[in-house]
Structure formats: structure tokens, C-alpha cells
Design a protein around this ligand. Structure first.
Ligand code: ADP
Ligand code: MG
Length: 414
């Protein structure tokens, strides 16, 4: 209700010190306060923790948080306590079990962090019965799914535990964008299908451009000239990486380094470190580059070829503009890229072919689209965006219908 949300905003300011909700958080917090079980899918860094910590402060009873890593729990504990929230962990690494149990029984805990192993212990169920519960929060909820990338069998014990407290709402949290995993989480944790909230995938400062490759060197030169800041150019093979790095260095005068799995490990580490420290370097790389690199000021990500799926495209372009300043994502494709990709898929195990083909088809649809690129991306992740973003090639320069048909034909003949 609106009174709830009014109180939530006050708590947000007074307890957490934040001026406003991020849009996604408000929706999730509203549901939790209303007692509705929810699966919230929000990207990393979007602020998932707040969506259970804030209701935990507002609601009667304790919020039980299931979290897969002890180190993660202790970080959360420190920051919650720094905000004056009454929080504790119950793990094998804790010496103050007795105190924590007494505090819980006395109703003096807002948050109780536990590891998933605890869920399968009958004593733990008895223990939880001793005081009122406000909420079950399941962090990193994709761990419950075998489709996810991090399956934890102990997460399967959470459902029976939570079912034993049937009227306590559940909030599952994850950043994973895979459809099948999401469906699995809902089923495995007993959250109704209409409890799914997905949001926050938009990266409004990234301008998306997707165009055919006619003269790669010239197209990349132009991009590099227009964007004096650091950038990444993805190419499909080691040889292409080496060739492009050499030609771009020569033609643009910018510092350019290559990165691919064929380079010695020390060389890769050194090139990466140089890139991270640089304010104007262009890194030409295979997709081996980028995972876990923390560089907020990447001004452009270019693809000299096609990524293998929309997820891959989103993840790779997402390395641009993390500081929120304007950034470019430019894909330069050719019909030959799709032909090569289809050929590679044909060489895979039979079992993997269909999935990979569907993923490539999804990407092809994005490439040949005449409508807003961002809207297609966001719909892919389950969001309901507006028709037009005003910050992609198709919104800025609506393509002529004729031209689009030509492109579609090129793709079909690939
Ligand atoms: P996630 O679990 O989704 O990756 P976290 O819960 O760890 O994200 O939060 C990421 C960061 O965002 C934290 O530093 C947190 O304090 C901050 N944050 C969360 N909500 C807000 C908000 N409404 N306003 C400003 N900062 C926020
Ligand atoms: Mg988190």
C-alpha cells in the first residue's frame, strides 16, 4: 500500500542513508511488505540486498537469509550492523552461537544469515519455530537449479523448510538471466509464476549500433577517432586479433594491445593491467578478455564479427560505460559471420546443436531488426520496455524499409 511505501522511503533515508529507491527495488520491497512471495531478477550491483534488509527492519519478526558463501555473509553482516540493523550469522565459523540464539528467541534480530546446509537440519527447523519470522530471503537463488551455473544440492532442502512455515513470504534473488533457470527457481522454491519481477537490465548510457561490415579498418578507425577514451574491439580468432591490433595501431596512432588465449599468461596479465590503467588504450581481444575486469571508463565496445547469442552480446557490450557516462556499442557484421557460426554449430555434439542454433537465431533477429535495439534486448530479458529508446541506431536513424529487406535477404542467404 502507499502508506507502506511511504514508511519504506523514510526507513530508506533514516536507516540506510539513501535518498531514493532504484526503481526495481521499490517494486520488490512493495511486494515483500505486502506478504507476496517474489523472485527478483536484477543485475549484479543493482542492490538486491536492500530488498530484504529494508523489509527486515520494518516487519515484525526475523528475516532468515540463506546465502551460499560465509565470506559474503560476513560482509553483509558488517554493513548491516554499521547501519544499526540487528543482524547475526549462524555458521560454523561463528563463536557466538549462544548469544545469537538467545537474541533470536527474544525477538531481537532483524536479520539472521545462515548457510544452506543448515536448512536440512531438523534442529534448525525446531529452532526457527521459537520466534516469529518475517521473511525467508534466498540469495543467489540460481544455486537451486541444475540449469544454473552454480548448482548447490543443499538449496533443494529450502523448499521443505519454508513449507513448514507456510505463511512466511519468500523472496528469491538472482542476477541470472536464463529463462529456464528462472522457471526452475520458481518451481523449486514454491513461488507463484506471477511473483517474478525482472528489471534493471537497461544500460541507458550505452548507444547500440549494428551495421554491416563493408570496410572494417575504416569503420573501426572512424570509431576510434570519435572515441578518445579506452575501448575494446572483439574479434573472432587469434589471427584476426593480431592483424587488427597491428593495423589499428598503425592507422590510428593510439596505444593498442592484443589479448587472446594464445599469448603467454604473463603477457596477458601485463596487457590487461596496462589496459585497466590506461585512459586511451584500445584492446583488441577474443572473448577470453573481459570477465571480471573492473574498468568503469570503457568508452566503446566494438564487435568485428557476431557474438554467439543475445546474452553474450549484452554481457560483452555491458563492459562499456559502467561509470554511467555515454558509451558506444558497435557491432560490424557480415553474412559470412553467420555462415561460419552455423558451420561451427554443425560440428558440435548433436545435443548442443539445437540450443546453440536458437541462440544464434535470436542474435540474427536483433541484427536484422528495423526497430529499437534496446527494446529487443530488454524484452529478451523479460522486461517490458518502451517502443523506442532514442539511443540506438534504429531510433536515431530509422532505416528505410527497402534497406531492411535487403539486409534480411543477405542474412537468409548466409
Ligand atoms: P547486488 O546484490 O544486486 O549485486 P548489492 O545489494 O550488493 O547488489 O548492492 C550494490 C551496492 O548498491 C551497494 O553498495 C549498496 O549499498 C548500493 N545501493 C543499494 N541500494 C541503493 C540505493 N537505493 N541508492 C544508492 N545505493 C544503493
Ligand atoms: Mg548480492
Amino acid at each position: 500500500s502507499s502508506a507502506n511505501l511511504e514508511r519504506a522511503r523514510t526507513t530508506l533515508r533514516e536507516v540506510f542513508g539513501f535518498e531514493s529507491f532504484r526503481m526495481v527495488q521499490e517494486q520488490v520491497v512493495g511486494r515483500v511488505l505486502g506478504g507476496q512471495s517474489t523472485l527478483a531478477v536484477m543485475p549484479t550491483g543493482a542492490g538486491k540486498s536492500l530488498t530484504y534488509q529494508l523489509p527486515a527492519v520494518m516487519l515484525e519478526g526475523t528475516c532468515v537469509v540463506i546465502s551460499p558463501l560465509i565470506a559474503l555473509m560476513h560482509d553483509q553482516l558488517r554493513s548491516a550492523r554499521a547501519n544499526g540493523i540487528r543482524a547475526a550469522t549462524l555458521t560454523s565459523a561463528d563463536a557466538d552461537w549462544r548469544e545469537t540464539q538467545d537474541a533470536f528467541r527474544a525477538g531481537a534480530l532483524d536479520l539472521l544469515y545462515v548457510a544452506p546446509e543448515r536448512a536440512s537440519q531438523p534442529q534448525f527447523r525446531d529452532f526457527l519455530s521459537a520466534a516469529p519470522l518475517a521473511l525467508f530471503a534466498v540469495d543467489e537463488a540460481h544455486c537451486v537449479s541444475e540449469w544454473g551455473h552454480d548448482f548447490r544440492p543443499d538449496y533443494r532442502q529450502l523448499r521443505p523448510l519454508m513449507d513448514a512455515f507456510g505463511d512466511v513470504p519468500r523472496l528469491a534473488l538472482t542476477a541470472t538471466a536464463d529463462l529456464r533457470t528462472r522457471g526452475d527457481i520458481l518451481g523449486q522454491l514454491g513461488i507463484p509464476d506471477d511473483g517474478l519481477v525482472i528489471s534493471g537490465f537497461d544500460r541507458p548510457n550505452i548507444r547500440y549500433t549494428i551495421r554491416p561490415r563493408d570496410n572494417l579498418s575504416r569503420q573501426l578507425e572512424r570509431l576510434v577517432d570519435e572515441q578518445p577514451g579506452p575501448g575494446i574491439v572483439y574479434a573472432g580468432t587469434r589471427k584476426k586479433v593480431e592483424d587488427l591490433a597491428t593495423s589499428l595501431a598503425r592507422s590510428t596512432g593510439r596505444p593498442v594491445l592484443p589479448y587472446h588465449a594464445g599469448l603467454p599468461a604473463e603477457q596477458r596479465a601485463a596487457n590487461q593491467a596496462e589496459f585497466v590503467a590506461s585512459e586511451d588504450m584500445v584492446m583488441v581481444a577474443t572473448i577470453a578478455f573481459g570477465m571480471g575486469i573492473d574498468k568503469p571508463d570503457v568508452r566503446f565496445v566494438a564487435h568485428a564479427g557476431v557474438p554467439k547469442s543475445i546474452e553474450a552480446y549484452y554481457q560483452e557490450t555491458g563492459r562499456a560505460g559502467r561509470d554511467g557516462d555515454p558509451a558506444e556499442a558497435v557491432m560490424l557484421w557480415s553474412a559470412g559471420d553467420f555462415a561460419t557460426a552455423r558451420m561451427r554449430i554443425g560440428e558440435l555434439d548433436e545435443a548442443r546443436q539445437m540450443g546453440e542454433r536458437q541462440r544464434l537465431d535470436g542474435l540474427a533477429a536483433l541484427v536484422e531488426a528495423a526497430t529499437c535495439r534496446r527494446a529487443i534486448l530488454l524484452r529478451h530479458f523479460g522486461e517490458t520496455p518502451s517502443e523506442s529508446c532514442g539511443n540506438c541506431d534504429n531510433c536515431l536513424n530509422p532505416p528505410q524499409v527497402l534497406e531492411v529487406t535487403e539486409l534480411a535477404q543477405k542474412l537468409l542467404s548466409a
